[in-house]
Design a binder for this molecule. Structure first.
Ligand SMILES: [Fe+2]
Length: 294
């Protein structure tokens, strides 16, 4: 889809063009954005914009996702999850983007509770979550988690969704420690069905430990510990609610590496249900969210 959009971006703006997109994966939200992500000859990420005269038509066929390898499903979910989560705390957030991202997060939590299902309904939900996350970030853009993650994907070939989601717990804890009253932290908590931001942090740890395979987590933590070679994308960092200096980024990277190693959390219980093929299920906390949260 991005290749098609990148080619169309080269067309003269006055030529009306139609492009029909049929996603066979999910998570990037590429089908609902006007941007195409491409890499230049030196491996740097670039965004190119579709001309206003190009009309995009999207045809969702969830049954086409049924042959996706498990790793792709996990990475796609993590990417869509990061889009929704980050969009909620983005400086550019609007009431519309919050609504879209909240809807995407809610679908995501339901998917997690039934992880392992391979029905068309399940894939439709994954595509819906991906679409909502894509629509949300097309309004807000992504933030620090994506900015920090690009190097891990480019240099170490960590799948994009895993790399972006891995940075969420440390960034969330950073925000919670420095500005605990931030409204977006509570919006995220509501969207995830958590009682408070502290519980969100536990959920995030479980999401990355549950969805990112152990060998990928090990590779990623090693990659992070080897240090950065380039500064993270400044415009995405600037869209994060807190200012991140290079030394803070170092500290956050260290915490992310530790988060990838940790194997304990109290808020979510992950248990195996049924026999082979039934997959893992996440049991949400029994108590309802505190309605009095600000
Ligand atoms: Fe992404």
């Amino acid at each position: 889809m991005d290749a098609a959009k990148a080619l169309l971006s080269l067309q003269a703006a006055e030529w009306p063009t139609y492009v029909d997109l049929i996603p066979t994966t999910f998570g990037t939200g590429s089908e609902v954005t006007r941007f195409a992500t491409v890499y230049d000859i030196e491996g740097r990420k670039q965004s190119v914009l579709l001309p206003a005269s190009t009309m995009v038509r999207v045809h969702y066929r969830p049954e086409l996702l049924c042959t996706l390898p498990d790793l792709e499903v996990r990475a796609g979910f993590c990417d869509a999850f990061a889009h929704c989560f980050e969009s909620l705390w983005a400086r550019n957030a609007t009431p519309e983007s919050v609504e879209l991202a909240t809807a995407g997060m809610r679908i995501g939590m339901k998917i997690l509770h039934n992880w392992g299902s391979r029905t068309d309904e399940h894939f439709r939900a994954l595509q819906n979550m991906g679409r909502l996350g894509g629509q949300a970030i097309s309004l807000t853009k992504t933030t620090a988690a994506h900015a920090l993650s690009y190097e891990w994907t480019q240099k170490w070939s960590i799948p994009h969704g895993f790399a972006a989601a891995a940075a969420l717990p440390s960034l969330h804890s950073f925000c919670r420690d420095r500005a605990p009253g931030q409204r977006s932290l509570w919006i995220q908590a509501r969207a995830m069905g958590a009682r408070n931001p502290a519980e969100v942090h536990d959920h995030l740890l479980h999401v990355i430990q549950f969805l990112i395979p152990a060998d990928v987590r090990w590779r990623l933590s090693q990659a992070i510990r080897s240090g950065r070679v380039q500064a993270p994308c400044p415009d995405r960092l600037a869209n994060f609610p807190m200012v991140l200096s290079p030394s803070l980024i170092n500290q956050l990277d260290g915490q992310t590496a530790m988060d990838l190693d940790v194997n304990a959390c109290s808020a979510f219980v992950i248990k195996q249900e049924g026999g082979a093929g039934d997959g893992m299920r996440i049991t949400p906390p029994a108590e309802p969210m505190n309605p009095a949260c600000p």
